[in-house]
Design a protein around this ligand. Sequence first.
Ligand code: APR
Length: 226
Amino acid sequence: MKNLVVLSGAGMSAESGISTFRDSNGLWENYNVEDVASIEGWYRNKNLMLDFYNARRRELEKAQPNEGHIYVARLQERYNVTVVTQNIDNLHERAGSKKVIHLHGELTKARGENQGYYLAHDIGYKDIKIGDKTSGGDQLRPHIVWFGEAVPELTRAASEIEKADLMIIIGTSLVVYPAAGLVNYTKPDCKIYLVDPKPVSTSAHVEQIMKKASEGMKDLWEILKG
Ligand code: APR
Protein backbone atom coordinates (compact mmCIF):
# COMPACT_ATOMS: atom_id res chain seq x y z
CA MET A 1 0.00 0.00 0.00
CA LYS A 2 1.16 3.53 -0.76
CA ASN A 3 1.83 5.97 2.09
CA LEU A 4 -0.68 8.80 2.48
CA VAL A 5 -0.38 11.68 4.95
CA VAL A 6 -3.34 13.93 5.79
CA LEU A 7 -2.39 17.33 7.28
CA SER A 8 -5.52 18.80 8.85
CA GLY A 9 -6.44 22.04 10.56
CA ALA A 10 -9.45 23.68 12.17
CA GLY A 11 -11.47 23.69 8.93
CA MET A 12 -11.55 19.88 9.15
CA SER A 13 -13.84 20.17 12.20
CA ALA A 14 -15.81 23.27 11.14
CA GLU A 15 -18.75 21.17 9.86
CA SER A 16 -18.80 19.44 13.24
CA GLY A 17 -19.66 22.82 14.74
CA ILE A 18 -16.18 23.57 16.14
CA SER A 19 -14.94 27.13 15.50
CA THR A 20 -11.91 27.75 13.35
CA PHE A 21 -9.39 30.38 14.44
CA ARG A 22 -9.08 32.89 11.60
CA ASP A 23 -12.36 32.77 9.74
CA SER A 24 -14.86 35.56 10.45
CA ASN A 25 -16.12 35.13 14.02
CA GLY A 26 -13.26 32.67 14.58
CA LEU A 27 -11.80 32.02 18.01
CA TRP A 28 -9.07 34.62 17.65
CA GLU A 29 -11.69 37.28 16.88
CA ASN A 30 -13.30 36.62 20.26
CA TYR A 31 -10.29 35.85 22.44
CA ASN A 32 -6.83 37.36 22.77
CA VAL A 33 -4.57 34.46 21.78
CA GLU A 34 -1.87 35.60 24.24
CA ASP A 35 -4.38 35.33 27.11
CA VAL A 36 -5.75 31.86 26.35
CA ALA A 37 -3.19 30.00 24.21
CA SER A 38 0.31 31.01 25.31
CA ILE A 39 2.64 29.82 28.06
CA GLU A 40 2.87 33.42 29.31
CA GLY A 41 -0.91 33.49 29.56
CA TRP A 42 -0.81 30.37 31.75
CA TYR A 43 1.49 32.00 34.31
CA ARG A 44 -0.53 35.25 34.12
CA ASN A 45 -4.02 33.78 34.66
CA LYS A 46 -4.43 30.00 35.02
CA ASN A 47 -8.16 30.24 35.79
CA LEU A 48 -8.89 32.08 32.52
CA MET A 49 -7.02 29.46 30.51
CA LEU A 50 -8.59 26.53 32.36
CA ASP A 51 -12.06 28.02 31.70
CA PHE A 52 -11.22 28.49 27.99
CA TYR A 53 -10.22 24.85 27.50
CA ASN A 54 -12.97 23.52 29.81
CA ALA A 55 -15.53 25.25 27.54
CA ARG A 56 -13.90 23.76 24.39
CA ARG A 57 -13.77 20.30 26.00
CA ARG A 58 -17.52 20.46 26.81
CA GLU A 59 -18.22 21.61 23.22
CA LEU A 60 -16.18 18.65 21.91
CA GLU A 61 -18.19 16.15 23.98
CA LYS A 62 -21.32 17.24 22.08
CA ALA A 63 -19.64 17.36 18.64
CA GLN A 64 -19.63 14.50 16.15
CA PRO A 65 -17.13 13.65 13.37
CA ASN A 66 -18.33 14.96 9.98
CA GLU A 67 -18.28 13.27 6.55
CA GLY A 68 -14.80 14.68 5.97
CA HIS A 69 -13.40 12.84 9.02
CA ILE A 70 -15.18 9.68 7.89
CA TYR A 71 -13.72 9.82 4.37
CA VAL A 72 -10.25 10.37 5.86
CA ALA A 73 -10.74 7.23 7.96
CA ARG A 74 -12.03 5.28 4.89
CA LEU A 75 -8.77 6.06 3.05
CA GLN A 76 -7.21 3.45 5.36
CA GLU A 77 -8.90 0.82 3.17
CA ARG A 78 -6.57 1.78 0.32
CA TYR A 79 -3.52 3.52 1.83
CA ASN A 80 -1.16 3.35 4.77
CA VAL A 81 -2.59 6.53 6.32
CA THR A 82 -1.02 8.84 8.89
CA VAL A 83 -3.10 11.82 10.02
CA VAL A 84 -1.00 14.79 11.15
CA THR A 85 -3.40 17.24 12.73
CA GLN A 86 -3.07 20.70 14.23
CA ASN A 87 -6.44 20.09 15.88
CA ILE A 88 -6.76 19.27 19.57
CA ASP A 89 -10.11 17.52 19.12
CA ASN A 90 -10.51 13.72 18.93
CA LEU A 91 -12.80 13.65 15.90
CA HIS A 92 -10.33 11.90 13.57
CA GLU A 93 -10.00 9.07 16.11
CA ARG A 94 -13.77 8.92 16.69
CA ALA A 95 -14.27 8.61 12.90
CA GLY A 96 -11.94 5.59 12.87
CA SER A 97 -8.50 6.97 11.96
CA LYS A 98 -5.98 4.72 13.67
CA LYS A 99 -2.72 6.66 13.32
CA VAL A 100 -3.11 10.30 14.38
CA ILE A 101 -0.25 12.64 15.32
CA HIS A 102 -1.45 15.72 17.24
CA LEU A 103 1.04 18.55 16.67
CA HIS A 104 -0.71 20.94 19.09
CA GLY A 105 -1.77 18.48 21.81
CA GLU A 106 -5.08 16.92 22.79
CA LEU A 107 -8.07 18.46 24.59
CA THR A 108 -8.99 15.15 26.30
CA LYS A 109 -5.60 14.86 27.99
CA ALA A 110 -3.91 16.66 30.92
CA ARG A 111 -0.50 16.65 32.64
CA GLY A 112 1.21 18.26 35.60
CA GLU A 113 2.37 21.80 34.78
CA ASN A 114 5.96 20.72 35.57
CA GLN A 115 5.67 17.28 33.97
CA GLY A 116 7.15 16.17 30.62
CA TYR A 117 4.96 16.25 27.52
CA TYR A 118 4.74 12.45 27.24
CA LEU A 119 3.46 12.02 30.81
CA ALA A 120 0.02 13.30 29.81
CA HIS A 121 -2.98 11.15 30.80
CA ASP A 122 -6.56 10.86 29.55
CA ILE A 123 -9.21 12.97 31.33
CA GLY A 124 -12.02 12.52 28.79
CA TYR A 125 -14.28 15.62 28.82
CA LYS A 126 -13.79 16.49 32.50
CA ASP A 127 -13.02 20.07 33.56
CA ILE A 128 -9.61 20.92 35.02
CA LYS A 129 -9.77 23.27 38.01
CA ILE A 130 -7.20 25.08 40.12
CA GLY A 131 -6.33 22.58 42.87
CA ASP A 132 -6.58 19.52 40.58
CA LYS A 133 -3.13 18.04 41.02
CA THR A 134 -1.03 15.03 40.05
CA SER A 135 -0.16 12.51 42.80
CA GLY A 136 3.12 14.43 43.06
CA GLY A 137 1.26 17.65 43.91
CA ASP A 138 1.67 19.31 40.49
CA GLN A 139 -1.21 21.53 39.28
CA LEU A 140 -2.85 19.91 36.24
CA ARG A 141 -2.75 21.83 32.91
CA PRO A 142 -4.36 21.15 29.54
CA HIS A 143 -2.16 18.94 27.31
CA ILE A 144 -2.03 21.62 24.61
CA VAL A 145 1.03 23.04 22.84
CA TRP A 146 0.70 26.78 23.52
CA PHE A 147 2.37 29.58 21.63
CA GLY A 148 5.88 29.89 23.05
CA GLU A 149 6.21 26.13 23.60
CA ALA A 150 8.03 23.46 21.59
CA VAL A 151 6.17 21.07 19.25
CA PRO A 152 7.45 17.66 20.47
CA GLU A 153 5.69 15.63 17.72
CA LEU A 154 7.17 17.69 14.86
CA THR A 155 10.03 15.30 14.07
CA ARG A 156 7.74 12.25 14.01
CA ALA A 157 5.33 14.12 11.71
CA ALA A 158 8.13 15.22 9.39
CA SER A 159 9.47 11.68 9.04
CA GLU A 160 6.00 10.43 8.05
CA ILE A 161 5.66 13.21 5.47
CA GLU A 162 9.09 12.42 3.99
CA LYS A 163 7.77 8.91 3.24
CA ALA A 164 4.45 10.05 1.75
CA ASP A 165 3.52 9.15 -1.83
CA LEU A 166 0.38 11.28 -1.49
CA MET A 167 -0.55 14.18 0.82
CA ILE A 168 -3.94 15.73 1.47
CA ILE A 169 -4.07 19.11 3.24
CA ILE A 170 -7.51 19.86 4.68
CA GLY A 171 -8.85 22.96 6.41
CA THR A 172 -5.74 24.86 7.40
CA SER A 173 -4.65 28.40 6.52
CA LEU A 174 -1.01 27.21 6.71
CA VAL A 175 0.01 30.37 8.61
CA VAL A 176 1.27 28.83 11.87
CA TYR A 177 4.79 27.42 11.93
CA PRO A 178 6.37 24.94 12.36
CA ALA A 179 3.23 22.99 11.29
CA ALA A 180 2.81 24.96 8.05
CA GLY A 181 6.43 24.22 7.08
CA LEU A 182 5.71 20.48 7.00
CA VAL A 183 4.47 20.77 3.40
CA ASN A 184 8.12 21.29 2.40
CA TYR A 185 9.14 17.86 3.70
CA THR A 186 7.43 15.96 0.88
CA LYS A 187 9.34 14.00 -1.77
CA PRO A 188 9.50 15.74 -5.18
CA ASP A 189 7.09 13.17 -6.68
CA CYS A 190 4.57 13.35 -3.81
CA LYS A 191 1.18 14.46 -5.16
CA ILE A 192 -0.43 17.08 -2.87
CA TYR A 193 -4.17 17.86 -2.83
CA LEU A 194 -5.58 20.72 -0.75
CA VAL A 195 -9.23 20.83 0.36
CA ASP A 196 -10.44 24.28 1.46
CA PRO A 197 -13.37 26.48 0.31
CA LYS A 198 -11.03 29.50 0.20
CA PRO A 199 -7.70 29.90 -1.64
CA VAL A 200 -4.72 29.00 0.60
CA SER A 201 -1.25 30.33 -0.20
CA THR A 202 1.55 27.81 0.09
CA SER A 203 5.02 27.40 -1.40
CA ALA A 204 4.21 23.78 -2.23
CA HIS A 205 2.75 22.79 -5.62
CA VAL A 206 -0.80 21.67 -4.74
CA GLU A 207 -4.00 20.79 -6.57
CA GLN A 208 -6.77 22.60 -4.64
CA ILE A 209 -10.34 21.35 -4.35
CA MET A 210 -12.16 24.59 -3.51
CA LYS A 211 -14.81 22.94 -1.33
CA LYS A 212 -15.59 22.29 2.34
CA ALA A 213 -14.08 19.19 3.94
CA SER A 214 -17.12 16.91 3.56
CA GLU A 215 -17.83 17.77 -0.09
CA GLY A 216 -14.16 18.02 -1.02
CA MET A 217 -13.25 14.67 0.52
CA LYS A 218 -16.21 13.03 -1.24
CA ASP A 219 -14.88 14.35 -4.58
CA LEU A 220 -11.32 13.33 -3.72
CA TRP A 221 -12.47 9.83 -2.74
CA GLU A 222 -13.84 9.43 -6.29
CA ILE A 223 -10.72 10.91 -7.91
CA LEU A 224 -8.43 8.57 -5.94
CA LYS A 225 -10.70 5.58 -6.67
CA GLY A 226 -10.09 6.23 -10.38
N1 APR B 1 -13.92 22.75 5.30
C1 APR B 1 -12.60 22.91 4.97
N2 APR B 1 -11.89 24.00 5.27
C2 APR B 1 -12.53 24.99 5.94
C3 APR B 1 -13.88 24.92 6.33
C4 APR B 1 -14.59 23.72 5.98
N3 APR B 1 -15.87 23.55 6.31
N4 APR B 1 -14.21 26.06 6.99
C5 APR B 1 -13.09 26.82 7.02
N5 APR B 1 -12.09 26.19 6.38
C6 APR B 1 -10.70 26.63 6.18
C7 APR B 1 -10.49 28.13 6.15
O1 APR B 1 -10.68 28.63 4.83
C8 APR B 1 -9.02 28.23 6.58
O2 APR B 1 -8.15 28.10 5.47
O3 APR B 1 -9.97 26.17 7.29
C9 APR B 1 -8.85 27.03 7.50
C10 APR B 1 -8.83 27.40 8.98
O4 APR B 1 -7.67 28.17 9.22
P1 APR B 1 -7.35 28.61 10.73
O5 APR B 1 -8.58 29.11 11.38
O6 APR B 1 -6.12 29.48 10.66
O7 APR B 1 -6.98 27.23 11.45
P2 APR B 1 -5.61 26.43 11.42
O8 APR B 1 -4.91 26.60 10.11
O9 APR B 1 -5.89 25.05 11.88
O10 APR B 1 -4.75 27.19 12.56
C11 APR B 1 -3.48 26.63 12.85
O11 APR B 1 -3.27 28.15 14.70
O12 APR B 1 -4.01 29.25 16.57
C12 APR B 1 -3.33 28.15 16.12
O13 APR B 1 -3.08 26.21 17.39
C13 APR B 1 -3.97 26.87 16.55
O14 APR B 1 -3.82 24.73 15.44
C14 APR B 1 -4.15 26.11 15.25
C15 APR B 1 -3.19 26.80 14.30
